[in-house]
Design a protein around this ligand. Structure first.
Ligand SMILES: Nc1ncnc2c1ncn2[C@@H]1O[C@H](COP(=O)(O)OP(=O)(O)OP(=O)(O)O)[C@@H](O)[C@H]1O
Length: 312
């Protein structure tokens, strides 16, 4: 199939007077890991439910793999996987039985299913507990079984709604590694999360939701340029001169802010370390620290929501 994997146009969901998703336009291309971000109640989960055909839009349209999730639910279910924050499995059945059930629903032939299940269980490190009832599984094990479920379905798109919520740091990292591998193998992934650091490392693009709309969309670096004025953060500490005055007017600098005695933070749209160091030396200063980082999604997020709340 050519064209976008997910395409929403004017997608809207109202609950009575309240508007959960407001004329949303969104396109996700094949092979992306696309992050849905935003505060509680911003409309991420409702968007996911609309993509999966689990709730009906009030207006607008959505296509997933060219299919209408509401009119072609079985085809969508077959090709699109879903991993919510707490995966529902049959607790009385074993891990292997749950996966066999998924395979049967997906029409996977028995021999093929057997081999997919064994491989999936090994990939998520559940092969040793494959014949234990899921009721005895920890949260991390259940989420890993959720990934195995996606593998058994061999879905083309996976939609993950806060998949790491409630997991300890090690289980979180393990799940993230598994998700990254799925993407490397060609699965398109849509991921909602509040863990901005993880989203930044994992996602090719992100959308920041605000009151049912996408307020910002793009690569993290591009969003940093738009929101912070640049995607480079340079920290400079020097003695014997006024650092802020010394770097004043340098090309590419969008903001200079003192962050402590003698320590100055510069936002820029290029690496200004060389030029800034030269200016400081010319001003008679002695550099004691010079470091550069890329802007974090955390900062973009906080600054963006500050801006929209001031504008309101
Ligand atoms: N079934 C429902 N009935 C009425 N209102 C709803 C329903 N589901 C969601 N809403 C409302 O729609 C808005 C968007 O909710 P949604 O769950 O999509 O947000 P979210 O971004 O996923 O939030 P969170 O980060 O808390 O999961 C909220 O105001 C919520 O109260």
């Amino acid at each position: 199939m050519s064209g976008p994997v997910i395409e929403a146009k004017g997608l809207t969901k109202r609950y009575g007077q309240a508007i959960a998703v407001d004329a949303l336009d969104l396109t996700v291309e094949r092979g992306e890991i696309f992050g849905l971000l935003g505060p509680n109640g911003a409309g991420k989960t409702t968007t996911i439910l609309l993509l999966l055909g689990l709730t009906e839009p009030t207006a607008g349209q959505v296509r997933v793999l060219g299919l209408d999730p509401l009119r072609q639910p079985l085809q969508v279910k077959k090709r699109v996987g879903y991993l919510p924050d707490a995966v529902g499995f049959y607790d009385g059945m074993t891990a292997r039985e749950n996966l066999a059930y998924t395979a049967r629903l997906g029409g996977v032939p028995i021999e093929e299913a057997r081999s997919r299940i064994a491989q999936a269980l090994a990939r998520v490190r559940l092969q040793d507990v494959a014949d234990r009832r899921v009721a005895t599984f920890s949260r991390g094990m259940r989420q890993r079984l959720g990934i195995a479920d996606l593998l058994v379905k061999a879905c083309e798109v996976a939609i993950l709604d806060e998949p790491t919520s409630g997991l300890d740091p090690q289980s979180t990292q393990e799940l993230l590694d598994l998700i990254a591998r799925l993407a490397r193998e060609g699965m398109t992934i849509v991921l909602s999360s509040h863990l901005l650091g993880m989203v930044q490392t994992l996602c090719t693009r992100v959308a920041l939701f605000h009151r049912g709309k996408v307020g910002l969309i793009g690569k993290v670096g591009d969003l940093a340029s738009r929101v912070l004025g640049g995607s480079y953060v340079v920290e400079i500490e020097a003695s014997g001169c006024d650092v802020a005055a010394a770097v004043q007017g340098l090309a590419g600098i969008t903001r200079v802010a003192p962050v402590g005695s003698g320590l100055v933070r510069i936002d820029a749209d290029r690496d200004v370390r060389g030029d800034a160091a030269r200016r400081i030396v010319e001003a008679g200063g002695a550099l004691t620290r010079l470091s550069m980082d890329r802007s974090s999604l955390d900062e973009v997020y906080v600054r963006y929501f500050e801006q929209v709340s001031h504008a309101a």
